[in-house]
Write a protein that binds this ligand. Structure first.
Ligand SMILES: Nc1ncnc2c1ncn2[C@@H]1O[C@H](COP(=O)(O)OP(=O)(O)OP(=O)(O)O)[C@@H](O)[C@H]1O
Ligand SMILES: [Mg+2]
Length: 258
């Protein structure tokens, strides 16, 4: 039996195909301006990677900020449910999952069978999300994939006092003028995100093992800063962006008739 999960975020869209318990294909695309189009594109790509036809899918579940636009899905489910489910599938011991995406960050306490027990979320402010990193990367003329390595090379982290992305961007410009290195600034930015997310996580309570998912988990500078801020090592899946789509596919499997 084949089912699909689709996660349409503000920045990227993912689709993942399950054949029973096995992941047979997945994809990541840019969301762009149309969530519906991103969903179609991600699903087509995942199907072609899996070598199966759309008509073979028994059920499709959508999640993510753009899930309501995925009108061809049989069901729409919150990211909280999907992240808990996806994390549990990858590591059944996981007690807490942290997702930092392009425009929000969330912390979910994972219970038995991958059910969410509690959560906290920041979707009001870009600081503490991937958008913050994107703005600073642009200001420092760095690409996102290289940012983490710059942070890890820093001997010390610059102190970023602004709690707002717009002000932090001007603070970065000032720091550069004052002679701070890009390494120090990026390390400071990673630490600033990590502290914000750790403060939010404290509201839920962080029980180890902790999984870190979402696109920002691809930034090794944030991974290290978050480990320091939480005082726990983090499990980062090989493909941290597909955890939500995996959870959605697992929910689809539950709902499919066998
Ligand atoms: N190769 C990469 N290296 C480092 N960071 C990356 C990379 N690719 C993406 N990112 C980070 O991941 C962020 C996007 O994360 P993700 O794809 O999980 O967002 P999303 O699910 O679309 O957003 P949201 O869940 O907030 O709606 C970017 O803002 C960027 O900071
Ligand atoms: Mg997301």
């Amino acid at each position: 039996m084949y089912v699909a999960g689709i996660d349409i975020g503000s920045t990227s869209g993912e689709a993942l195909i399950l054949e029973d318990e096995r992941i047979v294909g997945w994809s990541i695309v840019d969301t762009g301006y149309s969530s519906r189009r991103a969903a179609e594109e991600a699903l087509d790509l995942a199907l072609s990677h899996s070598g199966i036809e759309r008509t073979q899918l028994q059920r499709i579940v959508a999640t993510g900020y753009g899930r309501v636009a995925v009108d061809f899905a049989h069901q729409q489910v919150t990211e909280i449910t999907c992240y808990a489910r996806g994390a549990y599938f990858l590591h059944p011991q996981v007690q807490t999952v942290i997702d930092i995406g392009g425009q929000d960050s969330k912390v979910v306490a994972v219970g038995a069978g991958g059910r969410p027990l509690d959560f906290a979320m920041n979707d009001k402010c870009a600081a503490g999300t991937g958008r913050f990193l994107e703005v600073i990367a642009r200001a420092l003329q760095l690409s996102l994939p290289e940012m983490g390595d710059w942070a890890l090379r820093a001997k010390q982290a610059a102190e970023i006092s602004s709690t707002c992305t717009v002000f932090a961007e001007s603070e970065v410009v000032t720091l550069v003028a004052e002679g701070a290195t890009r390494e120090e600034i990026v390390a400071g930015i990673c630490r600033s995100i990590a502290r914000r997310v750790a403060a939010m996580a404290a509201r839920v309570g962080v029980e180890p093992p902790v999984m870190f998912a979402g696109g920002v988990a691809r930034n090794c500078g944030v991974v290290r800063a978050l480990e320091e801020a939480l005082g726990h090592p983090l499990i980062v899946p090989e493909e941290p962006q597909i955890v939500g789509a995996l959870g959605a596919a697992l929910v689809a499997r539950d709902g499919a008739t066998t």
